[in-house]
Design a protein around this ligand. Structure first.
Ligand code: TMP
Length: 214
């Protein structure tokens, strides 16, 4: 996607996982690590990341939204197209790093695995919207469902996805793990049931490798 010859394209990192897997806990660690290494980085999220995307996020997460399976996937990709055009591509083209809290693997996991939208349909949208753009590194925070559910319980009102039954979340987790197995070069699967320090040591190693990559 880069048009600039002299500016090296930035790095694109995504964070993924089932609800309650703890990715937000590690965002500030990633932010600090990049700042310590003088990396100019943009932090963003999906659904969201742009004014349009944040409106779509509200619709997707509101417990009272009625939406068909395909409309849900299309909304995710409509927000993503805007996010790429407005935020992601410009940042990477300017040589900045971009860290997105969720991206297309979430659509494969939640709409594909969770809801049952065929993967081929998601792949067609991915090709249309991303035109080959893929993250350089995807950190998949993985942990058993019961641990994730415990972490989420009692804190706040649950959104439309968090309210889904355990079998939905199990299918989401399985879809993530299948994707990670199919693309081991891009994915780092982090066992989130370990201590925060151990997980962060792992994250630091992955960031270091990406940083050193020529
Ligand atoms: P978050 O609070 O972790 O950002 O969660 C947003 C929710 O949106 C989460 O339950 C996963 C869901 N989601 C999808 O269903 N499809 C998508 O494409 C994305 C990006 C998120």
């Amino acid at each position: 996607m880069s048009s600039a010859q002299q500016v090296r394209r930035g790095r694109f990192i995504t964070l993924e996982g089932i609800d309650g897997a703890g990715k937000s806990t590690h965002l500030s660690f990633i932010r600090d690590w990049l700042a310590r290494h003088d990396v100019d980085a943009v932090f963003t999220r999906e659904p969201g990341g742009t004014p349009l995307g944040e409106k779509i996020r509200e619709l997707l997460l509101a417990p009272d939204t009625r939406v068909s399976l395909d409309a849900e996937a299309l909304l995710a990709f409509a927000g993503r197209q805007q996010h790429i055009a407005e935020v992601i591509a410009p940042a990477l083209d300017a040589g900045r790093w971009l860290v997105s809290d969720r991206f297309t693997d979430s659509t494969y996991a939640f709409q594909g695995g969770g809801r049952g939208v065929p993967f081929e349909r998601i792949r067609a949208l991915e090709e249309w919207v991303q035109r080959g753009l893929q993250p350089d590194l995807t950190l998949l925070f993985d942990l058993p469902l019961d641990v994730a559910a415990q972490r989420m319980s009692g804190t706040r009102v649950l959104d439309r996805f968090e309210q889904e039954a355990a079998d939905f979340h199990q299918r989401v987790r399985d879809a993530y793990l299948r994707r990670a197995a199919a693309e081991p070069g891009r994915f780092a699967v982090l066992d989130s049931s370990r201590s925060i320090e151990t997980i962060q040591a792992d994250i630091a190693n992955h960031l270091q490798t990406l940083w050193e990559r020529g």
